[in-house]
Ligand binder design. Structure first.
Ligand code: SF4
Ligand code: SF4
Length: 129
């Protein structure tokens, strides 16, 4: 039987201001914390405190945030100037899996608006999409 080919990605994170990194609840597991601890040569406990905070019943630990000019707040592990993840190789599993399909709703909206507004740099914020 012929091997199925993966559908081509219909989004480009490098052209996006990283909207998904502004989600309030980005769950992290102990494995994710261990990876971050190793990346920064920190103890597990130090990395846990530095990069995560208490979440809720479904996600006991979530990534900490910092201020962001576009979305109000965003994951503290992002570079807010370049809009790139500063721990790409060591990023949490959920960040690797997202958006779990070949389209990203935010990117579709962003692309449409940038075309309409003829502005390649335009940023859609949570208030207007
Ligand atoms: S919102 Fe979509 S396009 Fe933007 S960084 Fe996240 S996954 Fe990539
Ligand atoms: S760890 Fe990186 S990819 Fe994940 S939310 Fe933070 S900045 Fe985004």
């Amino acid at each position: 039987m012929a091997e199925k080919t993966k559908p081509r990605k219909r989004y480009n994170c490098l052209k996006c201001p990283a909207y998904c990194c502004s989600y309030q609840h980005i769950p992290v597991t102990d494995d994710d914390i261990s990876r971050l601890a190793e990346h920064y040569s920190l103890t597990f406990e130090a990395a846990r405190r530095k990069f995560s905070k208490r979440g809720d019943e479904d996600s006991p630990r979530v990534l900490r945030h910092k201020e962001d000019e576009h979305f109000g707040s965003i994951c503290r592990l992002i570079d807010t100037e370049t809009r790139n993840c500063t721990v790409y190789e060591a990023r949490p599993a959920i960040c690797r899996d997202f958006p779990s399909q070949n389209r990203c709703g935010y990117y579709d909206f962003l692309t449409f608006e940038r075309e309409v507004q003829e502005d390649e740099e335009w940023v859609a914020t949570t208030g207007n999409w």
